[in-house]
Design a protein around this ligand. Structure first.
Ligand code: HPA
Length: 280
């Protein structure tokens, strides 16, 4: 008998059914927690953790600094779901699997998603530890999560990406940053596959292309969410200056340590934003 691949929607239904069998909370806001930022989920009130490996189609990440749990809980009465860790394309997962977690959050009923990541910074005058609102992206992965037959039940064949990073959600992040006295940069995120960091020549090229930050995630997730017409915002923790712009070699330990050092500030920002976004 021929093996027929299940559709994206069929897989999503299976994952969502498995989640609903374990958790009754219906989340209003979704958050993806990137490298070194997963601890935010442990502070949720009424926390329920569902390990990815207990759910169909959600692979666990093997990258240090990335746990693998779907976390449910509340931030000041706003019901929230967080992805504590994500899988990356460079780990060898097909892109449908890389974006399955965010699609699951969308199907669970959230009205918006905030995606966070660790990224290298390209701008003169910026430094490791800066936080940046993503205003737009460059998909330089030469891959795309929507290749193949389109699932019309999820979204249109040719999704618009004009306001991929929702202007209202971005304005809310800026309001919180002012109220909390936490300066935020703004810029374009270039998504590459990794897993090697870039060469200094590649970083010069990305600068010419108009990127302020570079990383190895986020772009496929945002495309898949916009396909579903989900409102999206994204924040980068600039964990290092990009290759050739800093003082030494790049190293994942440094990425994790910088993200951890900004964890408390990022948590304040996330909390304040969730309360605002949960009201709208
Ligand atoms: N390049 C790509 N991805 C990254 C970097 C970087 O410099 N820092 C953190 N993630």
């Amino acid at each position: 008998m021929n093996h027929v691949e299940p559709s994206v929607a069929a897989r999503l239904d299976e994952t969502v059914r498995a989640v609903r069998a374990k958790v009754s909370l219906v989340p209003k806001v979704g958050v993806v927690l990137g490298s070194g930022l997963g601890a935010f989920a442990d502070g949720l009130a009424d926390l329920v953790k569902v390990p990815y490996e207990t759910l169909p189609h959600l692979p666990a990440s093997k990258v240090v600094g990335h746990a693998g749990n779907l976390c449910f809980g509340h931030v000041e009465n706003v019901p929230v779901v967080c992805m504590q860790g994500r899988v990356h394309y460079y780990e060898g997962h097909p892109l449908w699997q890389v974006v399955h977690g965010v699609r699951t959050m969308a199907r669970l009923g959230v009205s918006c998603v905030l995606v966070t990541n660790a990224a290298g910074g390209l701008e003169a005058g910026w430094s490791a530890g800066d936080l940046m609102i993503i205003t737009d992206h460059l998909n330089l992965m030469f891959q795309h999560p929507l290749l193949g037959p389109n699932d019309d039940s999820l979204g249109t064949r040719f999704p618009d990406m004009t306001n991929a990073y929702d202007p209202t959600l971005r304005a809310q992040l800026l309001e919180v940053s002012k109220a909390e006295n936490l300066p935020l940069r703004e810029g374009v995120y270039a998504g590459l596959t990794g897993p090697s960091y870039e060469t200094p020549a590649e970083i010069r090229m990305l600068g010419v292309l108009g990127a302020q930050a570079v990383g190895m995630s986020t772009v496929p997730e945002v495309i898949a969410l916009r396909h579903m017409r989900m409102r999206v915002a994204a924040l980068s923790c600039i964990t290092n200056m990009a290759a050739g712009l800093g003082t030494g070699e790049l190293d994942h330990k440094e990425v994790e340590e910088t993200a951890k050092a900004r964890r408390a500030d990022l948590q304040r920002l996330l909390k304040g934003w969730i309360v605002k976004a949960g009201r709208t």
